[in-house]
Design a protein around this ligand. Sequence first.
Ligand SMILES: C[S@@+](CC[C@H](N)C(=O)[O-])C[C@H]1O[C@@H](n2cnc3c(N)ncnc32)[C@H](O)[C@@H]1O
Length: 244
Amino acid sequence: MGEPASAGQHDHGHAGPGHADHGHADHGHHADLPDVLDQAYWDERYGSKESMWSGDPNAQLVAEVGGLAPGRALDVGSGEGGDSVWLARRGWQVTGVDISETALGRARAHAEEAGTDLATRITWIRDDITTFDPGASSFDLVSAHFLPLPGDLRDGVLLRLARAVAPGGTLLLVAHDPTDVAMVARMPAVGDFFAGAGQMAAVLPAEGWDVLVTEARPRTVDDPEGGTMTIHDAVLVARRTDAA
Ligand SMILES: C[S@@+](CC[C@H](N)C(=O)[O-])C[C@H]1O[C@@H](n2cnc3c(N)ncnc32)[C@H](O)[C@@H]1O
């Protein structure tokens, strides 16, 4: 998961000519952007390769959640299931949500391979996070890594995710940092989708949250030319302190 299955960095994909006419009426004013919120785009993208991510959990998930006691977790944009399976292995009861049926099929298979007991600890839901309502105070951890969210939808979705965190629970949001020139250059069409940790933290109500981490955290990944490069993950970790 955290990295592509083949050498190269995490990549949300570009507006290829083949994606130009999928239409985007449901998501506002993004006709000129790739349809990265669209099921057809992601099913096609996942379908183009046997596996897209490495199957490993994301680095920031391991760093930030490794020390937490397990409870109920929501993995948003769960992809091929690397994060959900890692959480379930550590005793979490996981709900993985993704827009792509193809990704969910792989995630289910990944979980089954990891064991029947583990697989029963994960519920997979195919839904669009821009409209999906996870319910208030439902999860001890809400985790989203590299979920494509255009600027005008971001705050509303993130606020809904924050509300889904139970008192005492943790919100972990990880995105490509907008200062990451290497990634912006690689994905110019979706530059608007990048978000700094401070930007994401600004969505949280002033009361009822302890913001523990807002960082642009460097990470070394393989580059497409067979070398390595440093990219920056925007990392927000916040703990909900009350039922506000
Ligand atoms: C860049 S991938 C990241 C996958 C995984 N979180 C990881 O870090 O490897 C983005 C994921 O978000 C999913 N996705 C994109 N738009 C979505 C939406 N509107 N609702 C739910 N999932 C979405 C895609 O299908 C894809 O699996």
